[in-house]
Design a protein around this ligand. Structure first.
Ligand code: DLL
Length: 432
């Protein structure tokens, strides 16, 4: 089934016309209401009237996560605060959050996009869906919740954690769909097995995203749970989950192109890549009122294709995500930058800022160990002393990252120094 037949099967010409009209409106909106964009455009001598359609997009400047951070918290908002009805946030490079805002209309668009995606995954009003993305500042929980509600499905707002309760309810309620990160779903499949519940669940589909995963992992999930699994993509800055999703043919993620215009760029030259070539994904929002973004560089690496899909949809499709161009890690769905660890360690006098983050996936769950060097003057054989330091470091790191990490205090000078760019991360997870 297709949620929005008219839009999702629109001809390329009609789509370009709609996108062009909306781009012109968005450029006027940011020029008139966001000093950051007005200044950027004035600097290059660009007036809103110079943008007549999508063909003029490359005249416009890019936006980055740093721009959002520099304008923390509300500096890029384009409407009065009294018209903002929701705030979400995700972590930034310095530990300071990237704050995003939504008007009532933005929330309507968001639930429409998620409804399209969930419909691609076969969810209908007859389904019972457990939303097991985190509810709160993270966009996953509430974003998925509103989309499923729009479809009219019976929504079970589980959030994350408490896996035993989730699996028990999955069986007791006869849940037919689940939305959560792929790694969490694999973990849940183990809990179901341990609890002897695998035979008594009615699950049919899972809509997984918020972190990179492989096609193999998707197939593993399908086999383990005897369900269909779908890949959903999104990012807080642009909206949250629902920017794109794959259909039953799994030949790329259909973009909600009438709301978000995708570009695939060569990261070095920032010029367009050809269809099928890997590059950095950038989005221009076409209808957002509260936080419109022009050519936002997502740092995500993928491909794009435009041919009609076997499902009948004509929307542009993104290939499976291949990683990121920056050093952001996604661990258990949480965005983490190594610089957050560095900033936290500076506050602990007993250790040096030399550290190594070791990320792995054990029993389908991401693990994070951080090795931290002791400062020479605190070198001691006393176990108690070391334990106290470990406790202190664990506390500051967990506070800074928002997830728990295993801390290992190591001897001075034992972490390998690099001759070029510092290497702070060993990521043993495989995404390709
Ligand atoms: O992760 C929004 C979301 C929630 C998407 C639930 C899907 C499901 P952020 O926390 O801002 O937002 O993180 C965005 O996560 O730039 C990608 O690097 C990564 N990401 C999201 N979905 C996928 C996916 C949410 N399907 C960042 N495949 C993005 C690979 C993904 N990476």
């Amino acid at each position: 089934m297709i949620w929005n037949q008219k839009i999702e099967t629109m001809s390329r010409d009609e789509m370009t016309e709609l996108q062009s009209k909306r781009l012109v409106e968005t450029v006027n909106h940011v020029y008139n209401n966001v000093p950051f964009y007005r200044n950027k455009m004035e600097k290059i001598g660009l007036l809103p009237g110079d943008i007549k359609g999508i063909e003029d997009l490359n005249k416009l400047p890019f936006t980055t996560k740093d721009d959002l951070r520099d304008n923390y918290p509300f500096g890029l908002f384009a409407i009065p605060h009294s018209d903002i009805v929701r705030i979400h946030a995700s972590s930034g490079t310095t530990g300071k959050a990237t704050v995003v805002g939504y008007s009532r209309e933005d929330l309507d668009v968001w639930s429409e996009c998620v409804a399209r995606c969930f419909t691609m995954a076969g969810v209908t009003k007859d389904d019972i869906i457990q939303i097991a993305y985190g509810y709160g500042l993270f966009t996953g929980g509430l974003g998925a919740h509103d989309g499923a509600t729009k479809i009219g499905a019976m929504v079970v707002p589980m959030s994350t954690g408490n896996s035993k309760k989730l699996t028990t309810m999955m069986a007791d309620f006869g849940a037919t769909a689940i939305a959560c990160t792929p790694s969490y779903l694999l973990y849940l499949s183990e809990v179901l097995e341990q609890e002897g519940l695998l035979g008594s669940i009615k699950l049919k589909s899972a809509i997984c995203g918020a972190e990179p995963w492989t096609e193999k992992m998707r197939l593993d999930i399908e086999k383990k749970l005897n369900i269909k699994a779908f890949d959903i993509y999104g990012l807080s800055e642009v909206m949250g989950p629902g920017v794109a999703c794959d259909c039953e043919f799994h030949k790329g993620l259909h973009v909600c192109e009438d709301h978000f215009f995708p570009e695939i760029l060569d990261s070095a030259t920032l010029t367009a890549q050809k269809e099928g070539e890997v590059g950095e994904l950038a989005f221009t929002t076409l209808t957002k009122k509260a936080l419109p973004l022009i050519r936002y560089r997502t740092k995500d690496l993928t491909t794009i294709s435009y041919g009609k899909c076997d499902c009948g949809r004509t929307s542009a499709r993104l290939g499976r995500f291949k990683g990121r161009v920056d050093d952001m890690l996604i661990i258990r769905g949480v965005n983490i930058f190594p610089s957050q660890v560095e900033a936290a360690l500076i506050n602990v006098k007993e250790v040096s800022p030399h550290y190594m983050m070791i990320v792995d996936r054990v029993n389908n769950l991401d693990t994070l160990e951080i090795q931290v060097e002791l400062n020479t003057e605190y070198l001691t054989d006393e176990i108690k002393g070391l334990e106290a330091i470990n406790k202190k470091v664990t506390h500051v790191i967990n506070q800074a990252l928002g997830i728990s990490a295993k801390i290992k205090i190591v001897e001075p000078n034992s972490i390998k120094r690099s001759e070029g760019k510092a290497v702070h991360v060993i990521d043993n997870r495989k995404f390709n």
